[in-house]
Design a protein around this ligand. Sequence first.
Ligand code: UN1
Length: 476
Amino acid sequence: MLHRNLIGGDWVSGEASVNINPSNTDQVVGEYARASAEDTKAAIAAARTALPEWSRSPILERHVILRKTADEILARKEDLGRLLAREEGKTLPEAIGEVTRAGQIFDFFAGEVLRLSGEVLPSVRPNIGVEITREPVGVVGIITPWNFPIAIPAWKMAPALAYGNTVVLKPADLVPGSAWALVDILHRAGAPAGVVNLVMGRGSVAGQTLLDSPDVNALTFTGSAGTGRRVAASSIEHNRKFQLEMGGKNPFVVLDDADLSVAVEAVANSSFFSTGQRCTASSRLIVTEGIHERFVAALTEKLKSLVVDDALKAGIHIGPVVDESQLKQDLDYIGIGRSEGARLAFGGERLERETPGFYLAPALFTEATNDMRIAREEIFGPIAAVIRVRDYDEALAVANDTSFGLSSGIATTSLKHAIHFKRNSEAGMVMVNLPTAGVDFHAPFGGRKGSSYGPREQGRYAAEFYTTVKTAYTLA
Ligand code: UN1
């Protein structure tokens, strides 16, 4: 079956591509249409036409559509999780977890629709009232990455729709299946024609058409820094609101007083689970010298116990890398780390399994320094580098010495260091004795420096991006 794009309420076909399972490259997950530039322009036009009515739609109508969407996602989390694991390669439990998160996000924003509110202030002038309300921004273009094929489309679409915007979603070309399933659910849940539009396809065609359109009022993007800069440049040219979530080079600090098992569990999760393919992954492990040997030994033992195999197999910990080019990038960086003088203490080799797939043993470098490329550039694979430091002060300085600032973590039993780190870490999200990745769906998400631009995503903070504030003065 060919999965088609949704434009103005109609399923539209066109040139198609196949979606391949990275756990078994002989397996086709499905056939998906690729939107042309004309299709994308038609989707933007449909979103514009639908805007006046949707932006004034009764809140109960919006609530019901979002609620039905949440209910169906949660009821189908097993089969949607299977689809996600097959197209992206994360393990089935991780994939079901991601689908659950998508359902919870729709549930949260279904509730938010019923809690829309404004403010009333007295004016500083007599007999004048001031009303502050939030209005939708308009047509929202949404460009999402391959590593969270359903959660990221959900956390951008749910608030966009809740606050009365219409959307054009352009999911990653590599993993259109989960996004298609989500749009199909929204369509059947009653989203009126043109309110939700789907343009699967190439970034250079569908994505570029969104960037070039003067009719897209806001653009939200998660992906690489390079594309983020293009989104920014085009958005400034078109006077468009934009929001970017880009890379990370997240530090995880382990202090001498850490509980070793807490530190090892947090690092195994945030550096290696989801195959390290999260912008919140920790790739710089900054370890003080008193615990360094014990930490490296315990983490190495842990890595030996992790099973890398087909994402759908029971009992596995790490699925394949998403595709050939990402695997090549990972292997290239492993070579770069060695040539820079870091020691490959574990893993890093391509693995053969029963099925042909992009399997890579999790890689741990030691003796790394913070100026090496493996410590400065985002790799986006199951690769982490241990940097030895003298004490907490040096650990904090190294943690902050990066052009990124998404998330950071620390393992410590010292209240003093935990509090100091929370205050002084230059990251948008700070984790104490927890992995740097894997965040709640109702709390603000986002970073600083080269990681992010614009307001936070998720939870009530999402309103900042998806609405525009109106201040009205009345003399009465
Ligand atoms: C998480 O760690 O729970 O692309 C979410 C990413 C992030 C999402 C991470 N935007 O990896």
